[in-house]
Write a new protein. Sequence first.
Length: 249
Amino acid sequence: MKRPRWLRREGPSVLQLHRARDISVVRAEERRKRAEARAARPPRLPGDGLVRLATVLAVVAVAGVAAYVSYWHAVDVVTRHGETSVRGHLYPVAIDGIIVAASMVVLDAARHLEDAPKLAWGLLGTGILVTLAANVTYGVAFGLSGALWAAWPAVAFVGAYELLMMLVRASARRAQTGPPGTVSSPVLSAAETSAEASLRATVAAGNPWSVNQLVTQFRLTRAETTKLRARVLAGSNGHAPEPDPPDNL
């Protein structure tokens, strides 16, 4: 018994469309670039993961202990200066909390090898000065040596944070650079990426775009287009391309 016409599927199925998308020229180009990026990453040395884990654990432990001691120093100071009850316990959170918030912004910028906002640096520096002042004020009652010892938790917290920053920056640099002796390829713009994908499709069809056609279609400069076409044609046939015949304008 045949199904009614309105139940019959017309055209390609969803699975066929999904497979066609995966094998399209653009998707294939994306997979090729991801594979090249993975191959360009420097090899990980034995024990790298263990060293990073041990460093992170040590930094977190030192920062946690320093934050705990610094918190109770600040509670004692603000309580003696009028902020009693719940306010006395919440006030240090406003000091150390701004340090943590600003640190996360600076840390995120370091992960992406970007410059952190000036506001983040300003709040971070202000928070460090305030928590340092609170710790010193707590220790002044015990003399000069007491002030120095009381200031150490704040110094330890900042030092542990800076060590973590150095580790993150080093990891980001290693992820974006290739092995020694290699030169990273330039990042293509959106127009160049589209032009390259379209050119590869026309090469596969046996009728590649000319330089003038690429310039007109994708708004690239003639120098960019010439380099792009030479690279694609050289990669498609394994040798230098023949000169492009002049187009009739």
